[in-house]
Write a protein that binds this ligand. Structure first.
Ligand code: PMP
Length: 386
């Protein structure tokens, strides 16, 4: 025991008393919408491997090839000696995929948001930041690093956002922060209206495409690609539909050059290694041609929403591969999740503070490798809402 350990014990006991103590449980992703946990193969509705690429042989093969050819580590940060040809070539490929002038690779989506937002805000002191209330924790982290107070608008409420934009006309700059697909509700931002507002009020538009990249938009390029030129800064992760790891920020050439010079979370971290780059490179070869898988995933989403609604569940405004089954109280959501696990299905319960109080839910994430029969099995196991 160190001197500080009793403190941790105390804090953990407080969490346990509120039913909030968490533990890590190992699982192994399988390629067919399943996962192996505790030696048992189960249907998986909790991973973000939306296109089933995390077990695609081409990704693992190229990751191995690039590691064998270029080494297991990149040796240094990007501005020192860590930039390989592979980084620059892959960044061009990402920019082509996103339809932007340039792109920059980050170690993770969390790090991208936490590193890019403060760099942007440093460029415009006094900027007012308008944030969707349901934005991901990593965007809040970026604002916290910058030491600014965000002005939150009600989720996806474009009228409220417009009012805030009109009220902040005197600010030196305005920045709108949003996700394009919201991670817990599976609904979409109104990209056309966001584009109009950003243009009309001269605001910077920053969009997190973590859950849209690979899944939505032309050739899976995300929803920012549906409003060409309107999104100033897009970020997304390679760790969900693209089946790998790491993240990107895409935008104008000068934006990317500025980040290379001003984003501490880019400058002071070791460059992503060749194996990680190889998997991303392979995913980008596959994703544009996966329209059939995207259509199948969308149809599975419709099937699941219809089935849940027929069984009395509120699925909120979901319109994507992420479908919540809103339960209400945390204990009830946990009990249903446990019952599904007994039945051989992983469907995680999400509770406050991740979602607002009274909206505890199962967050169901579909994969293109699921079949209709998997969705039907899930619906049968869930049964009717009590
Ligand atoms: N943004 C959103 C909306 C997310 O859901 C996540 C992942 N949970 C991230 C960013 C972070 O991405 P990563 O997992 O690559 O760190």
């Amino acid at each position: 025991m160190t001197r500080i350990d009793p403190l941790f014990e105390d804090l953990l006991a407080q969490k346990a008393a509120r039913g909030l103590r968490r533990t890590l449980r190992p699982a192994a992703l399988a390629g067919d919408g399943r996962i192996v946990r505790g030696g048992r193969e189960m249907l998986d509705f909790s991973s973000n491997d939306y296109l089933g690429l995390a077990r695609h042989p081409l990704l693992a093969e190229r990751a191995g090839e690039w590691a064998a050819r270029m080494g297991s580590g990149s040796g240094a940060s990007r501005l020192v000696t860590g930039t390989l040809d592979a980084h620059l070539e892959l960044e061009h490929k990402i920019a082509r995929f996103k339809g932007t002038e340039a792109a920059l690779i980050f170690a993770s989506g969390w790090q991208a948001n936490a590193a890019v937002i403060p760099a942007l805000l440093a460029a415009v002191p006094g900027a007012v930041v308008l944030t969707d209330r349901l934005n991901h924790a990593s965007m809040h982290a970026g604002c916290n690093v910058a030491g600014i107070r965000q002005t939150r608008f009600p989720h996806n409420d474009m009228a409220a956002l417009e009012k805030l934009l009109a009220e902040s006309a005197e600010a030196p700059a305005r920045m709108i922060l949003t996700e394009s697909v919201f991670s817990m509700d599976g609904d979409r931002a109104d990209m056309a209206e966001l584009a109009r507002l950003a243009r009309e009020y001269d605001a910077v538009l920053y969009v997190d495409e973590a859950h849209a990249t690979g899944v939505l938009g032309p050739k899976g390029a995300g929803l920012s690609a549906t409003v060409p030129g309107a999104v100033d800064v897009t970020m997304g992760t390679f760790s969900k539909a693209l089946g790998g790891f790491g993240a990107y920020v895409a935008g104008s050439r000068v934006l990317i050059d500025y980040l290379v010079n001003a984003s501490s979370g880019f400058i002071y971290t070791t460059a992503p290694p060749p194996a990680v780059l190889g998997a991303i490179d392979a995913a980008l070869d596959l994703v544009p041609d996966m329209d059939a898988q995207r259509a199948h995933l969308a149809a599975l989403g419709d099937r699941l929403r219809e089935g849940l609604t027929a069984r009395g569940f509120d699925v909120g405004p979901s319109s994507t591969q992420i479908v919540p089954a809103v339960i209400g109280e945390a204990e009830d959501a946990l009990a249903l999740s446990a019952r599904l696990e007994e039945a051989g299905m992983i469907a995680s319960a999400i509770r406050p503070p991740t979602v607002p109080k009274g909206t505890s839910r199962l967050r169901l994430a579909l994969r293109a490798t699921h079949g209709e029969e998997d969705v039907d099995a899930l619906l049968a196991a869930i049964g009717d809402r009590a």
